[in-house]
Ligand binder design. Structure first.
Ligand code: DGY
Length: 321
């Protein structure tokens, strides 16, 4: 069968996704899983009708302009799409789709793991144990920040922010949120809306950043905003690294202004600012918000559902442009 569309798949996919895409498409796979730079991307796309890509590849206006004429769609294996210039894609008539919904719960789980891991000094405890340095239980060892009854401020109350709020309720936290607009009451998950982001910062024991990366949210958590937080607050970021000013966060973790941070995402991944690795009060994970078997399969299937629709002449369910 040669009538199946030719698909460039930029990264290694989970086995179930690979099986389906090889069944339904002619697939140009990336067996080594290395990240393509823009020249490789453009070269690999030769003759392809669509690209199944990831947030590790940058589709700037310049790259999009160089893509072969044959490319009709970019299906990104991610909910975030800051790596794709959607305006440039639209101008070239290239459809772009993402994977909302299916990673909401796993990403909120990781946000909560970061919150608890940072508050309860999980990395310090595990490191002590693995290094053979644990001399036994003591009343003053590794005392962390209490979670129950504390105030959590969620910045960005989209699907993932709301799922974080649901988890926080289970921990008896008092949840507040800031969002561009107030949500209808039935979507607020019992959280209190704060129209003024800075006022919310002033009352947060915990901050969870859950808005997408964009020019408007670049360096949102900067030195000025960190100064507004109560002393000893805990910061959690499961969104994108660019929403934090690393110099400001590192200084606040070093000085003790902040008790701890739980981070799953970094500016310039995978080369995070090396100073984070030296900070005992930084609980660090390697961008694994959506990393469960079920979620990654569902993300791949969603990419394929979108492409199937497009090639069948239907509107892709998750079309961004
Ligand atoms: C997403 O879906 O945006 C995840 O962070 C993976 O990039």
């Amino acid at each position: 069968m040669t009538d199946r569309p030719l698909l460039l798949v930029t990264r290694r996919m989970p086995p179930a996704v690979t099986e389906r895409l090889q069944r339904d498409y002619r697939a140009r796979l990336n067996e080594t899983d290395e990240v393509y730079d823009s020249d490789r991307l453009v070269a690999q796309a030769e003759g392809c009708e669509a690209i199944l890509c990831c947030s590790s590849e940058k589709f700037s206006a310049e790259v999009i302009a160089r893509l072969p004429e044959s490319v009709r769609a970019l299906a990104t294996f991610s909910v975030g799409y800051e790596h794709i210039d959607t305006t440039a894609a639209k101008a070239r008539g290239i459809r772009v789709t993402n994977t909302p919904d299916v990673l909401t719960d796993s990403t909120a789980d990781i946000a909560f793991l970061c919150l608890l891991g940072a508050a309860r000094r999980a990395w310090e405890g595990e490191s002590m144990l693995r290094a053979g340095e644990w001399v036994g239980w003591s009343t003053t060892q590794l005392l962390g920040v209490h979670v129950t009854g504390k105030r959590l401020g969620i910045f960005g109350m989209g699907r993932i922010g709301r799922a974080v709020a649901r988890r926080a309720r289970g921990f008896d936290m008092e949840v507040h949120y800031h969002n561009r607009r107030r949500l209808p009451a039935d979507q607020e998950e019992g959280a209190t809306y704060q129209a003024d982001a800075d006022a919310l910062l002033g009352i947060c024991d915990f901050v969870s950043l859950n808005f997408p990366a964009s020019p408007e949210t670049e360096n949102f958590l900067n030195a000025e905003r960190i100064a507004k937080l109560p002393d000893g607050a805990v910061v959690v970021n499961s969104a994108r690294g660019t929403v934090i000013d690393d110099d400001a966060l590192i200084a606040a973790l070093k000085s003790g202004k902040l008790a701890a941070a739980g981070l799953d995402v970094y500016r310039g991944e995978p080369r995070l600012d090396p100073r984070y690795r030296e900070l005992p009060n930084a609980f660090l994970l390697p961008h694994m918000g959506s990393a469960t078997v079920e979620t990654r399969d569902a993300m791949g299937f969603k990419c394929l559902d979108n492409l199937d629709a497009l090639f069948a002449g239907r509107e892709p369910p998750d079309a961004l442009v």
